[in-house]
Design a protein around this ligand. Structure first.
Ligand SMILES: [Zn+2]
Length: 469
């Protein structure tokens, strides 16, 4: 089966073919480390992780680069406000960003280049653009003239003749309605304080857009396979990346552009003034399960708006528990052979999961196939018709799916229960053997209060983590 991806450049689903054999080179716009990342940011990182993991599942070798923007207008404003050095100011946000990746089980990219350590590469790229006549100076700043790049607008599908030419913006982010000449290099101003570099372009600092062009091409080559990012970066940021890179090299910059949609919270755009603005740190501080957050962020197709709700977070937690419970049950299944039932269910789920994911990472359909399978498997386990050998093969496939999803993890029946609960289960078993039903029932209730659901099955007592009463 071939993987098909929706390419923003062509506005079509296209079969994915890497430039070189089975090697995928992929660039992802990373964090601007001036504050803690919010869950909308992490939606993008989780989507990119799902893409990366699925490419690996398909047998591709992935080289992923994610930049860390550690100098920009906002971080300089932070430096001004706190009086810290730029490095000190950004250090804690960098650390929080990487902690967040680990907490959400986002695989590490191969490279995380930092903007402040690649100033020379950016200067060299600006010089190349100068030589080719794409750059002009105004008040000491260097600007990219978008009218000199006729293809400007091809990603966001804007037409250059509709744009007002000759309008300049210096700030890193600007109005989406207006295409403008943008700053490649910003001359030092008093408000920049200690944040500047002495370079052949003068004393100053790079604009935000040039950093992604310089660092992606440095690590991935002048043309590479996939560039991802949030839909809000499509214009102007990604448009500017294309203009800078293709003007400098004369080559196509990126073959496939993938953009994830926005995240809403309880149906509304996330905003501090609405009180629905959540950083990952806040959610974790309030005791929300990071893997449920991961599941919620990945379970909606990336090109659809995702509505983050606390109800949805509870549902995500139950979904993960269902996956873990069945995986746990497989570990000690020892029933009769199912006469092909397990094999055919396995075949169906592998096909269903793979076909859905091949279709532009349609994860909601893939999860649907997986939960149909879990339901059928539970029925077979209940009836005692899954042999040890069959259970082992299902377990291996569940682990393989989890290489993509990253929500089941290691499932160890014994290890994941607190000792107190283990003791209560043991006591309840003794009470049952002595036919002391009242005591057994009381212990069951007590366990339930601890969030452990005990069931008596023909194979003996079984427990799972359930909702606390
Ligand atoms: Zn970028």
């Amino acid at each position: 089966m071939a993987l098909v991806l929706f390419n923003t450049l062509s506005r079509r689903k296209e079969e994915f073919t890497p430039l070189v054999n089975n090697q995928v080179r992929m660039y992802t716009c990373g964090p601007t480390v001036y504050d803690y990342a919010h869950i909308g940011n992490y939606r993008a990182y989780v989507f990119e992780d799902l893409l990366r993991r699925y490419l690996k599942y398909k047998g591709y070798q992935v080289t992923q680069v994610m930049n860390v923007t550690d100098v920009d207008d906002k971080s300089i404003a932070g430096v001004r406000k706190t009086g810290q050095s730029l490095d000190d100011y950004t250090a804690k946000y960098k650390k929080a960003f990487f902690d967040g990746l680990d907490t959400l089980r986002i695989e590490r990219a191969e490279h995380y280049p930092e903007a402040t350590k690649h100033i020379d590469d950016m200067v060299a790229l600006i010089q190349r653009l100068q030589e080719k006549g794409f750059v002009y100076e105004a008040e000491g700043n260097l600007y990219y003239r978008i009218s000199s790049f006729p293809e400007y607008g091809k990603l966001s599908h804007m037409k250059l003749d509709e744009l007002k030419c000759g309008v300049r913006v210096k700030s890193d982010e600007y109005e989406k309605e207006q295409a403008s000449d943008f700053a490649l290099w910003k001359a030092w101003e008093e408000q920049d304080g200690e944040v500047y570099w002495e370079t052949p372009l003068g004393k100053g600092r790079p604009g935000w857009h040039i950093e992604c062009s310089a660092m992606s091409m440095k690590y991935l080559g002048e043309t590479f396979d996939i560039h991802t990012g949030g839909v809000d970066n499509m214009f102007p940021h990604h448009e500017n990346e294309i203009a800078q890179s293709e003007a400098a090299t004369g080559k196509k910059f990126v073959n496939y552009w993938l953009h994830n949609e926005h995240l809403l919270v309880e149906g509304k755009k996330m905003a501090k003034k609405l009180g629905n603005f959540h950083t990952l740190r806040d959610l974790l501080k309030h005791g929300y399960d990071p893997i449920a957050i991961r599941y919620l962020l990945l379970s909606t197709h990336y090109r659809q708006q995702l509505n983050f709700t606390f109800e949805g977070l509870d549902a995500a937690k139950s979904a993960i528990e269902r996956l873990r419970n069945v995986t746990r049950r497989l570990k000690d299944a020892n029933g009769k052979e199912s006469r092909g039932k397990v094999t055919s269910a396995l075949h169906a789920v592998q096909t269903g999961f793979g076909c859905a994911m091949d279709d532009d990472l349609n994860v909601s359909v893939a999860l649907g196939a997986l939960f149909d399978f879990v339901r059928d498997l539970n029925a077979l386990l209940d009836a005692g018709i899954v042999s040890k050998k069959e259970a082992d093969s299902v377990y291996a496939i569940m682990q393989k799916f989890d290489v993509v999803l990253g929500v089941i993890g290691e499932v160890e029946q014994e290890e994941s229960l607190p000792k107190e609960a283990k003791d209560l289960i043991q006591k309840r078993e003794e009470a049952r053997k002595a036919k002391n039903w009242a005591v057994a029932d009381a212990l069951r209730t007590k366990l339930r209060e601890m969030g452990v659901v005990v069931e008596d099955t023909p194979q003996g007592v079984r427990w799972r983590l359930g909702k606390k009463d």
